[in-house]
Design a protein around this ligand. Structure first.
Ligand SMILES: [Zn+2]
Length: 183
């Protein structure tokens, strides 16, 4: 779960092009005082090359609350989102569902759902490797198929070194980097 936090906790965010957003503020629509990210509660996350932000702000001067919904492009321009805050939040949560949780400040809430890790290979599993080798990945020979306790799996893909471990329920991770699927 992604829990609303002070927007300042999400910052700085760095775009893939190196531009960085370390501060964010908006004028209060009621008294025109400056409302900073510390007075906004919601979500701000980097989605590809854009930062999306959905928050509710409380003006420190007039104490009125107002929604802040915007997209910041990697040229640091802020674009308004014409969508009610509740709808934008739902959209943002859906968009974030498939993204890994970033390593943020210490009391960032831990996601409740563990990433899907496919079939767990038991320590005592009996593994037969095919004599056919497809090639090598990262120094490890890639067997065309594996038989695990009599069940055959065929090689599907290799995980890049910093790859996200996200396997479907029927996939098997072998030697920490090779993904097999049921034959
Ligand atoms: Zn105000």
């Amino acid at each position: 779960m992604t829990t609303p936090q002070k927007i300042s906790r999400f910052l700085p965010l760095t775009f893939p092009n190196g531009n960085r957003i370390s501060r964010f503020a908006k004028a209060c629509p009621h008294c025109h005082g400056m409302v900073t990210a510390r007075e906004m509660e919601g979500l701000a996350r980097l989605l590809h090359d854009k930062i999306v932000l959905a928050a509710e702000a409380e003006c420190p001067d007039c104490h009125r609350r107002f929604p802040v919904t915007c997209v910041i492009s990697d040229d640091k321009r802020v674009h308004r989102v014409r969508m009610p805050l509740w709808l934008f939040r739902i959209w943002l949560k859906l968009a974030l569902r498939n993204l890994p949780e970033p390593q943020l400040q210490e009391d960032w809430s831990v996601p409740e759902e563990a990433p899907r890790a496919g079939i767990r290979l038991a320590n005592n599993a009996e593994i037969t490797r095919s004599s056919e080798v497809l090639g090598q990945f990262d120094g490890t020979p890639i067997s065309a198929w594996l038989e695990v306790d009599g069940r055959r799996f065929v090689f599907e893909r290799a995980l890049p070194p910093a790859g996200q471990l996200c396997l479907s329920d029927s996939e098997l991770l072998f030697e920490g980097k090779l993904v097999y699927k049921p034959a």
